[in-house]
Design a protein. Sequence first.
Length: 345
Amino acid sequence: MVENQSDNMSKRITLSHGAGGKIMMDFIKNIILKEINLKSAGEVGLDALDDGASISLGDKTLIFTTDSHTVKPLFFPGGDIGKLSVSGTINDLAMMGGRPLAMACAIVVEEGFSIADLERIFRSMNITSQEVGCPLITGDFKVMEKGSLDGMIITTTGVGLADKIITDRGLKPGDKIIVTGTIGDHGMTIIAQREGINLATDLVSDVAPLWETIEAALKVGGVTAMKDPTRGGLNGALNEMAEKARVGIIIKENEIPILDSVRAASEMLGIDPLQITNEGKAVISVEPAKCDLVLEAIKKTKYGKNAKIIGEVIADYPGDVILETSVGGRRLLETPIGDPAPRIC
């Protein structure tokens, strides 16, 4: 007993524990969840490990979510940590069918942080929250000693109202899989900025609040499951959805929308774009009879113009994701172990 306690004390957190892959999921299940009372306040609780949780209030259902955001650099083409934090929380609400109502934020910066940069970040947060009518209504601000924090961390918490709860485990055989736009944009943009990679076509993050796009899909109906492919990318999101629903998913490589600039950067760095973080995309499972109508509705929205049907749900291979390659073969897309690029969301 003493030896086991000593062994546990010697273990330390690594970057992989927060990277969104298999290591993080195992850590949450085996360490965090066993120490927490898992009593739920609604239909979906912490043990579901979804994008948020639900709170039942009579005939109303609130969706509640919280997330911490850390990115390096803080400012990047297409956005900054402020836009990232607000978009991330709005999107987590949206993935469960929640219309964003209000948000709170807690910001921690290190001593010496630029006030001009802080003002710029606050403006970005305000513009993004106003875009979907989800005001920031309360918050907190802390300063740590210089050198004790790398710049800034923002934690955002959001509440939304759902007519119907959508989970990430509702897939059924026959459902079609839609991705709302090109993948890998955010992660590759951040990596390129860090590494100083210059391409003929500029990389721009896809960070965006998706409620308009998701609302359009929900109004059509037939949506069975949703997830935003953040840490772990499209690969990680699909694997998690398939595992939870105990179904298989087949996706077609030729149908996955990827920008040429993202593909070029991924080949240069040896990083699979299917495993790279996205901050303005959603994976949506839709009943086949409604799929074309949902796709049409999504394409009419600001952030859904490049949406495509990339595959379908099958009863075979429960828990697995199969990629039909461009040359006609098939291969298993295994759950990512971690994130190839930490500190990007």
